[in-house]
Write a protein of this length. Structure first.
Lengths: 1362, 66
C-alpha cells in the first residue's frame, strides 16, 4: 500500500523497503513503524499547506482518485490550480539539488485530468442552520464556501459579474485556463449545497447590513483586486488606452475585445503576458511588451515569457513610457525613455533609473498598461468598522482574518493586494475555520499561530541519485494558436506523469497519504498513530549498561577501491545480505551490476582497519578475517564448488575457538588466501569485471580479473555514540571505544555505568554475549539488594480436572486480517471443523491473538465447558505460549491444546491456490483435532533451586565468578586444587595495557578472602557429583577428608596450562625459555633480562600445528609486550619475533605498531619451514628464512623465548561428573558457540576461563562475571518447572537393554538400582534432565517409553487423518 | 495422470525445519500445497513406524527434515 520506497538499510541498500516497515522479518518488537521527519519542503512552501508529497506519490502509483482526495482536503479546484498555480512548491523542491524540481503542478493537473473531481466523495458534517454570506466568487470565496460546507455550514456567494470565478474567470485567458474546467470545479462546490448568485454586486442595493438583516450570521468579503493601476503619464485618457485587467475581463466574458494593429503593453507580470498573448490571438499585427527592468527581474513566469516569445510577442527591457502620443484624441504613438539599473530598492530588485536624453518614439494604436491592480473599495468603503491600508487593502487580524466589524471577515486579494490564487485559497480556508469558530462561539485564534521550524529535518538527498529529466507537457503548436483561445498546454500522459512523480525524493519519508490507515483492518494504524512523536521518558535506574554497538566502516572515502563507482565492489555487510535467504536475492550469489551468477570473488581485508594513513583506524577490527572466510565458504555452498574465492590479506587472524580449524577447512575447499597488498582496482573495459593489481609478499606485482570484490570493512564507533559517551561522561580509547581496564573490563570510567559489545572493543558475537552477561552481573552486584522488589505475581486460576471426561473440542480459526482470509476460505474451514468428532464449538476471529479475543476465548472455554482447544492461525513457534496462557486463565491445563499452522505454512505460501490451500487447512485442522482429543493434562515438576553455589577453579575467572555470586547474595564454595589462588596469573608480568598483574591479582585475592559469603577450599578436589539443576550434591576431598556440599549451580573454571615444548632445544639450554618463564624472570627482576643484547621469540610453538590445530590467542600480544619490556630495559637490544601471523586483535594492534616503531624485527616463517635452533659451543643461534628476501639468516641470541601453546587439562572426570562434553582439543564445549558461550547444555552448569578456550585476563574476567550472571538468572527463580512434554518409562515393558541410557544426550535415563524393591535394572527417566527430544522413545525396542505430547498414539491419530 | 497430485507427509523438527517452513512463509516463498506438516520435537523422535503409518494411510511420500 505504502507508495514511498526507500533503500532498505537492513539489506544494506541492495533493495527497497517502504516508509511503513519492519526492519526485518524476525525483528523485535515484531511490529511495523512509520518513518517520518518534518513535513516535506513542498508541503511547507504551499500557502494552502497542500500535502504535495502525498498526492505526488499517489499520482506516481496511478491512484488519481486518492491523489484528488489528498488535494481536496485543502483545495476544491485541483484542475484549475493544476494549470495556473505559480507553484512555489517547485521552488522549494529539493530535487533541485540533483537536477530540476518535480513538475508538481502538472501532476496535480494530471490527477484532475484522469479522474473527475466531481466524483470525489467529500465527507460532510451534519448540516447546520446558520448561513454565511460570501462576497466574491474568486478562489478565496470559493474555498471559504467549500470548507464551510464540509463543516455543515451553507453559504451564499454573491458575485458582481455575470459569471463566477473572480480573477480565475476574468483575469486569466482561456488558452491558459479553459472556462469549462473552472465551471466543472465550481460545480464541486455548488453540488455541496452552496448557493451562487451572479450579477449581484455589493453596493447600494445590497449592503453588509442588509446581509445581516437577511439572517446571515457572518459575512466574508473576498472582492478581489480588479482595478488597474494607472501609469500617470500624459495622454492616458486617450482612446486606445485600456487597462490590462479591463481588457482581459472583456475578452474572458465576451470572447473578444477591441484590439489594435500595433499594441504596446506596459508591465512585466503575468497580466502583461496574458494581455499580449490574447492580443496576438485576436489579430494584432505587432505586440510589444515594455518593461523597465531586465528579464531577470520580470515577475512573470519564465515559461509564460517563453510562450509569448514563441507566439511572436516582442519584449523590450529597460524602457519606460514617458508620454502617450495622441492625435485626434486617439493613441498614435508612445514616447519611452531608456533605463539602467541602479541600487536595489525595498523589494531587493535593482531600481531602474532613466538615462537622460535617451527618449525615443514609436507608432502604436493601442496601449495597455498592466502594471498592477488594487481592490475596488467603492462597495465597502462606508461599512462601519472596516479599516483599510494605504494600499487600499482591508485590515484584518493576521491569524483569524476578522475585520474590525464583528462577524465580518475579509481575505484574498482584497486583503493582500494582488497575489497568487493559492494564497487566496489559503485565506478562504483560514476564514472558514474562523467563521466556524465564530459561530460556535469559541476562541478563533487558539492554536493557530504558525509554527516556525528553523532547522527542518529531511531525508538526505541520496548521493547516488541518478539524474532524470523533468517531464514537459506537450503544447499546441504555435501555428495552431492563431485566432483561437484553445488551451496551449496539453497535460502529461499517464506514463510520463507517473515517471515524473517517481522523481520525488520523499523528503519527509512518510508522505502521509494515509493509505496504510485505510488498509489496516486491525485499526492499528490510525491518524492518531501517524501523529505520534518521539517522546522523552524519564526513568529512575540504579545502573546503566551501554550496548550501542558499532557501525560498519564506510569505504566510499577510499577512492582506489572504487566503492560507489564500480557496482560490483560491495561491502562485506552487503555481501552478508546477498548470502541471506531473507536477503534481496534470497541467498543467490549474484553481482549487483547485471544480477548474473558470480564466478569469481575477491575479498580485501583490513578495509578501514589497521590503517592510520587513510582512515585513522589504527586498530584491528577483530572479526573481519573470520567473517571473510565464512562468507567465502557459504558463497561456495550457495553458488556451487565452481565459484572461485580469493582472500587478499596481511595477517590471517583466526584466533577464536575452532576458527583455525575453519580456516584450514576453507583452504582445503580450494579458497585461496593471498598474503598481499592490493594496489588498484580497474574496470575491465567492455565488461563489468574488475582487474586487480596487487603486490605479493616477495614484492612482485600481479594482475588478476574478478567479477566481484567484497571489501571486508572494519568496525567503528559511530559519531552519535561518541557524542553519547561525551554526554554521559564516559571515557574513550584512542580508537573511540569505551575505555575500560583489564581487571574491570565491563566497567566504564563512570560509576554505575557498564558497557558490553562492540562499543567496548571490536569483537565477535560470543565475546559480545559474554560481555552482555558480564555487564548484567556487574549491575547485579551493585543492585542485588533491590532484587525482586519490583516484580509482580500473576494470579493463579485453579485448574479444572478433565481426566476421564469425553473430549469437548473448541476450534478457533483465525482470519489474521486478510493474511489467512485473503487466501483460505476461513468460514469454510470453520464450518468443516464443526462436522468433526468431539468438536463442540467453532468460531472464526479477525485476530485470534488480540487481547479482546483472548478474553472472549476464556469466556467461551468456561461457558461451553471445553476441555480441548485447537487454534488454527499462525505458527506455534510464536503464538503457542499466548494461547496456552489463555487456557490457563480459563482453568484448563495448558497441554490440552494444539495449534494448526494455516498462515506461515499455508496461506502465505499458496497464494495462487486458494482452493487447495483451503483443503490443506481443513486437512491440518482435522489432523489436529484427532491429536488433541488424545492429549492429556500434563504436570510440570517443580524443582527448588538450591541457593548456594560451587565454583571449581581458583584462577582469575573462577575467583571473579565466585566473587560475583557471593556479592549477589549467594553462599559460594570456591574449590582450588592447588594451595594458591590465582592460577596462571601468578606467573604473568604485565598486561598489554601495561597494568601490573601481580598487584591487581593480590587485590582480587584479598577481596575473595574477605567476602563473607565466599568459602575458599584450597588443595581440594571433587570426589563425586550427584543430582541435577538446582539440586547438586558434591563431595569435596582434601587432606582433612571428605565434605559433602549441596549447591544449586556449578561454575567450571578449571583453567589450562602452558605447553611444555619438546623442540627448539627447550630443556637443553637454559637460555631457551617459555613465555611464562620469561615473565617470571621479569617479575623476579632477573639480571639476565636486564642486559640482553639479543632476544628472539618464536611464536606458535605447539599451536596451529596438526596435533593442536588451534590458535592460543594471547601469545602474539604477550611476546610483543615482552619484546617491548626488553627494549625498555635496553633500547639497544636486538629483538626478533619469528611469527606466522601476528594476531594482535582489537586495539592490541597499537602495541604491534609500537613494537615496530621501537625497532623490534618481525620475521615471518611457514609451518613447512620452521626456524631451527642451533648451539655451537656457547653460541645459541636461530636460523630462519627471511620472508621478504627469501634468504636464510642466522641470529645469534642471548635468549630464546618460546610462545608456547595453552593446553587444557581435559578433565575427563569432571566431564563425567557434570555430563559436560570436551572437544577434540580438550576444551569444554559450551551450550552454543555464539549464543551460549558461558553455559553448558546441562542445565545449572556454567563455564568460564581457559577451560573454555585460551583468552586474555580481561576476557577471562568478563566470562567469569558472565557465568555468574547466567547462574543468577537461574538462582533468582528459586523454583523452576520442568516441561510437561517429557519421556517416561513403563517399567513393565522395559527389557533393560540400555539403549535409552546410552543414547540420551542429556543423561536423563538410568537403570533403577539393583537393590531396589521394584523394577530393579529397568530404565527410569529423570524428569529434570529430560528435554523431551524423543530420541529414546524412537529407539526403544520394547515400546516401553512414552513421550507426553508427542506420543505414538497421538502421532498415529494425526496420520489417520491425513 | 496429469490431474494426480501426490500427498506428502512432512515430519519437521521443531528447532530447525519447522522454523524454516515458517520463515518460508514470512518470505512469501511459494511452493506446491502437497505437504502436510507434522511437528515433532526433534528428528530423534522420528520412528520408522510413523513413515509406515503415513504410507498405509495413503500418503504418497514421507519427508523427514531436521
Amino acid at each position: 500500500m505504502c507508495p514511498v520506497a526507500l533503500p532498505d538499510e537492513y539489506n544494506q541498500g541492495l533493495n527497497d523497503r517502504k516508509a511503513i516497515y519492519k526492519r526485518y522479518a524476525q525483528a523485535i518488537p515484531g511490529a511495523f513503524a512509520i518513518q517520518k521527519t518534518d513535513k516535506a519542503p513542498c508541503h511547507l512552501a504551499c500557502p494552502a499547506g497542500l500535502n504535495v508529497q502525498g498526492y505526488v506519490q499517489m499520482v506516481g502509483q496511478g491512484k488519481y482518485k486518492e491523489a484528488l482526495q489528498i488535494i481536496m482536503e485543502d483545495l476544491p479546484l485541483p484542475g484549475v490550480l493544476g494549470r495556473i498555480c505559480p507553484h512555489g512548491c517547485e521552488d522549494a523542491c529539493r530535487r533541485c539539488e540533483v537536477d530540476q524540481p518535480v513538475a508538481i503542478r502538472d501532476l496535480k493537473r494530471l490527477a484532475a485530468d484522469q479522474f473527475d473531481p466531481r466524483e470525489i466523495e467529500i465527507p460532510k458534517a451534519a448540516q447546520r442552520d446558520e448561513r454565511v454570506a460570501i462576497i466574491g466568487s474568486g478562489p478565496a470565496g470559493l474555498s471559504a464556501a467549500y470548507q464551510l460546507a464540509r463543516k455543515g455550514i451553507m453559504s451564499t456567494i454573491f458575485e458582481a459579474l455575470p459569471k463566477a470565478g473572480g480573477m480565475l474567470r476574468v483575469g486569466i485567458p482561456d488558452h491558459r485556463l479553459p472556462p469549462d474546467i473552472l465551471d466543472l470545479e465550481i460545480e464541486i462546490i455548488t453540488n455541496m449545497g452552496v448557493e451562487l448568485k451572479t450579477n449581484t454586486p455589493l453596493g447600494t442595493d445590497l449592503t453588509v447590513d442588509d446581509l445581516f438583516e437577511q439572517g446571515f450570521k457572518a459575512v466574508y468579503l473576498a472582492l478581489g483586486a480588479h482595478k488597474g493601476i494607472t501609469l500617470n503619464v500624459p495622454g492616458e485618457q486617450a482612446e486606445g488606452v485600456r487597462q490590462g485587467v479591463d481588457f482581459l475581463r472583456e475578452v474572458n466574458l465576451s470572447g473578444s475585445a477591441p484590439v489594435g494593429k500595433h499594441v504596446a503593453i506596459i508591465g512585466g507580470g503575468n497580466v502583461a503576458i496574458d494581455v499580449a498573448r490574447s492580443a496576438v490571438r485576436m489579430g494584432a499585427e505587432s505586440v510589444q511588451i515594455i518593461y523597465r527592468r531586465t528579464r531577470a527581474e520580470m515577475p512573470a513566469w519564465e515559461e509564460e515569457i517563453q510562450a509569448a516569445e514563441t507566439e511572436a510577442v516582442s519584449l523590450t527591457y529597460l524602457s519606460a513610457p514617458q508620454e502617450i502620443l495622441v492625435t485626434d484624441g486617439k493613441v498614435t504613438g508612445l514616447r519611452c525613455i531608456r533605463m539602467e539599473l541602479g541600487e536595489p530598492d525595498s523589494s531587493g530588485r535593482r531600481r531602474p533609473v532613466p538615462i537622460p536624453g535617451s527618449e525615443y518614439d514609436f507608432d502604436i494604436d493601442q496601449l495597455i498598461p498592466a502594471i498592477g491592480q488594487r481592490p475596488d473599495l467603492s462597495a465597502i468603503e462606508e461599512v462601519e468598522g472596516l479599516d483599510f491600508t494605504r494600499w487600499s487593502t482591508a485590515e484584518v487580524d493576521p491569524i483569524t482574518y476578522a475585520t474590525g466589524r464583528e462577524g465580518v471577515f475579509a481575505g484574498g486579494d482584497l486583503q493582500t493586494g494582488p497575489w497568487v490564487a493559492i494564497g487566496a485559497i489559503a485565506a478562504g480556508n483560514e476564514a472558514a475555520e474562523s467563521m466556524v469558530r465564530y459561530l460556535d462561539g469559541v476562541d478563533m485564534a487558539a492554536g493557530r499561530e504558525p509554527i516556525e521550524r528553523d532547522d527542518p529535518v529531511y531525508r538526505p538527498v541520496p548521493a547516488d541519485e541518478p539524474v532524470a529529466a523533468r517531464a514537459k507537457m506537450r503544447e499546441l503548436p504555435p501555428e495552431a494558436r492563431q485566432g483561437n483561445f484553445n488551451e496551449v498546454e496539453l497535460g502529461l500522459g499517464e506514463a510520463e506523469g507517473q515517471a515524473e512523480a517517481n522523481r520525488c525524493l520523499n523528503c519527509g519519508y512518510c508522505c502521509e497519504c494515509y493509505q496504510c490507515v485505510e488498509a489496516c483492518g486491525a485499526g492499528a494504524v490510525t491518524l492518531e498513530t501517524h501523529q505520534e512523536h518521539r517522546e522523552l521518558l524519564e526513568l529512575k535506574v540504579g545502573s546503566v549498561i551501554l550496548a550501542p554497538g558499532f557501525t560498519p566502516y564506510d569505504p566510499s572515502g577510499l577512492d582506489f577501491y572504487g566503492y560507489g563507482k564500480h557496482p560490483n565492489v560491495i561491502t562485506s555487510m552487503q555481501f552478508e545480505r546477498l548470502l541471506s535467504a531473507s536477503g534481496p536475492t534470497e541467498g543467490h550469489v549474484v553481482r549487483p551490476s547485471d544480477h548474473m551468477d558470480t564466478k569469481k570473488i575477491a575479498w580485501f581485508q583490513c578495509v578501514g582497519s589497521r590503517d592510520q594513513n587513510r582512515c585513522n583506524n589504527a586498530y584491528c577490527s577483530s572479526v573481519c578475517c573470520m567473517y571473510a572466510i565464512k562468507e567465502a565458504v557459504i558463497a561456495k555452498e550457495h553458488a556451487g564448488d565452481e565459484l572461485e574465492c580469493a582472500v587478499f590479506f596481511m595477517d590471517m587472524r583466526t584466533y577464536g575457538k575452532d576458527f583455525e580449524r575453519y580456516y584450514e577447512g576453507a583452504k582445503a575447499q580450494g579458497i585461496r588466501f593471498l598474503r598481499s597488498k592490493v594496489h588498484t582496482i580497474d574496470a575491465v573495459p567492455g565488461s563489468d569485471d574488475l582487474s586487480i593489481r596487487y603486490v605479493t609478499e616477495s614484492g612482485e606485482m600481479q594482475t588478476e580479473v574478478f567479477d566481484m570484490v567484497v571489501l571486508s570493512v572494519g568496525l567503528e564507533t559511530s559519531p552519535e555514540v561518541v557524542a553519547m559517551a561525551e554526554t554521559l561522561g564516559v571515557g574513550l580509547t584512542p580508537g573511540n571505544f569505551c575505555d575500560t581496564t583489564t581487571f574491570s573490563p565491563v566497567t566504564t570510567s563512570r560509576d554505575g555505568i557498564f558497557v558490553c559489545g562492540a562499543f567496548q572493543a571490536p569483537k565477535d558475537i560470543p565475546q559480545a554475549v559474554v560481555d552482555a552477561s558480564a555487564s548484567a552481573a556487574a549491575a547485579g552486584e551493585l543492585l542485588s539488594s533491590a532484587r525482586n522488589t519490583q516484580t509482580r505475581t500473576a494470579e493463579v486460576v485453579p485448574e479444572i480436572n478433565v481426566a476421564g471426561d469425553r473430549p469437548r473440542v473448541g476450534v478457533f480459526v483465525c482470519n489474521c486480517g486478510i493474511n489467512i482470509a485473503g487466501v483460505v476460505d476461513v468460514p469454510g474451514v470453520r464450518d468443516y471443523a464443526a462436522t468433526l468428532p468431539f468438536v463442540e464449538y467453532v468460531t472464526d476471529n479477525m485476530y485470534t491473538c488480540s487481547q479482546d479475543t483472548q478474553d472472549i476465548m476464556t469466556e467461551i472455554i468456561r461457558e461451553k465447558r471445553l476441555n480441548r482447544v485447537v487454534v488454527a492461525a499462525c505458527t506455534p513457534k510464536t503464538h503457542e505460549p499466548l494461547f496456552q496462557e489463555t487456557l490457563i486463565n480459563a482453568g484448563l491445563n495448558k497441554y490440552l491444546f494444539e495449534m494448526v499452522n494455516i498462515r506461515n505454512q499455508d496461506s502465505w505460501v499458496h497464494k495462487n491456490n486458494p482452493d487447495i490451500a483451503t483443503q490443506k487447512a481443513k486437512d491440518l485442522v482435522r489432523m489436529a483435532i484427532n491429536k488433541v482429543a488424545l492429549k492429556e493434562p500434563l504436570a510440570e515438576t517443580e524443582l527448588t533451586v538450591g541457593q548456594s553455589t560451587l565454583v571449581i577453579g581458583g584462577g582469575i575467572a573462577g575467583m571473579t565468578a565466585a566473587l560475583s555470586l557471593a556479592r549477589q547474595g549467594y553462599d559460594t564454595h570456591l574449590v582450588e586444587r592447588t594451595g594458591q589462588l590465582g592460577g596462571q596469573a601468578n606467573s604473568l608480568y604485565r598486561t598489554w595495557k601495561g597494568e601490573n598483574i601481580q598487584a591487581n591479582l593480590a587485590k582480587l585475592v584479598a577481596l575473595v578472602k574477605a567476602e563473607k559469603r565466599l568459602q575458599v577450599h584450597l588443595n581440594t578436589q571433587l570426589a563425586s557429583v550427584e543430582g541435577f539443576v538446582g539440586n547438586f550434591k558434591t563431595v569435596l576431598k582434601n587432606s582433612d577428608g571428605d565434605t559433602a556440599i549441596e549447591h544449586g549451580v556449578a561454575v567450571v573454571a578449571t583453567g589450562a596450562k602452558e605447553l611444555e615444548p619438546g623442540e627448539y632445544l627447550y630443556g637443553e639450554d637454559p637460555r631457551v625459555v617459555t613465555s611464562l618463564e620469561l615473565d617470571r624472570k621479569m617479575l623476579a627482576d632477573d639480571a639476565t633480562v636486564n642486559d640482553l643484547n639479543t632476544a628472539v621469540f618464536i611464536q606458535c610453538v605447539g599451536s596451529r600445528e596438526p596435533q593442536r590445530p588451534y590458535c592460543s590467542r594471547v601469545c602474539c600480544t604477550h611476546s610483543i609486550e615482552s619484546a617491548l619490556a626488553i627494549k625498555a630495559r635496553n633500547p639497544e637490544a636486538d629483538v626478533y619475533i619469528l611469527y606466522r601471523d601476528i594476531r594482535t586483535y582489537g586495539e592490541r594492534e597499537t602495541l604491534y605498531v609500537k613494537a615496530r616503531e621501537a625497532g623490534v624485527i618481525f620475521i615471518r616463517y611457514n609451518l613447512e619451514n620452521k626456524p631451527q635452533v642451533v648451539r655451537n659451543g656457547e653460541r645459541l643461534a636461530v636460523r630462519v628464512t627471511d620472508h621478504v628476501l627469501g634468504l636464510p639468516m642466522e641470529i645469534t641470541t642471548d635468549l630464546l623465548t618460546l610462545a608456547t601453546a595453552i593446553v587444557p587439562y581435559a578433565d575427563a572426570q569432571l566431564s563425567q561428573f557434570f555430563k559436560i562434553p570436551l572437544n577434540d582439543d580438550g576444551f569444554f564445549v559450551e551450550k552454543h558457540a555464539k549464543l551460549g558461550p558461558c553455559e553448558f547444555a546441562t542445565d545449572g552448569v556454567f563455564l568460564c576461563g581457559l577451560a573454555h578456550y585460551p583468552k586474555s585476563i580481561d576476557e577471562a574476567i568478563s566470562q567469569g562475571k558472565a557465568a555468574a550472571s547466567r547462574a543468577v538468572t537461574l538462582l533468582a527463580q528459586e523454583h523452576i518447572f520442568t516441561s510437561g512434554e517429557i519421556a517416561s518409562v513403563d517399567p513393565l515393558m522395559c527389557s533393560s537393554c540400555g539403549v535409552c541410557v546410552s543414547i540420551c544426550p542429556y543423561s536423563a535415563p538410568s537403570f533403577i538400582e539393583a537393590d531396589a524393591r521394584m523394577f530393579a535394572g529397568r530404565a527410569t527417566i529423570n524428569a529434570a534432565l529430560c528435554k523431551g527430544c524423543g530420541l529414546c522413545v524412537a529407539s526403544c525396542r520394547s515400546g516401553a517409553i512414552h513421550l507426553s505430547g508427542f506420543d505414538n498414539n497421538q502421532i498415529f491419530a494425526m496420520l489417520d487423518a491425513i | 495422470m496429469s490431474e494426480w497430485e501426490p500427498k506428502i507427509v512432512a515430519f519437521l523438527c521443531n528447532w530447525c525445519s519447522y522454523g524454516a517452513a515458517d520463515l518460508a512463509g514470512v518470505s512469501r516463498m511459494q511452493y506446491p500445497p502437497n505437504i502436510r506438516v507434522i511437528l515433532i520435537p526433534c528428528t530423534g523422535r522420528m520412528s520408522p513406524k510413523f513413515a509406515l503409518a503415513a504410507l498405509r494411510n495413503g500418503a504418497d511420500g514421507v519427508w523427514v527434515s531436521g
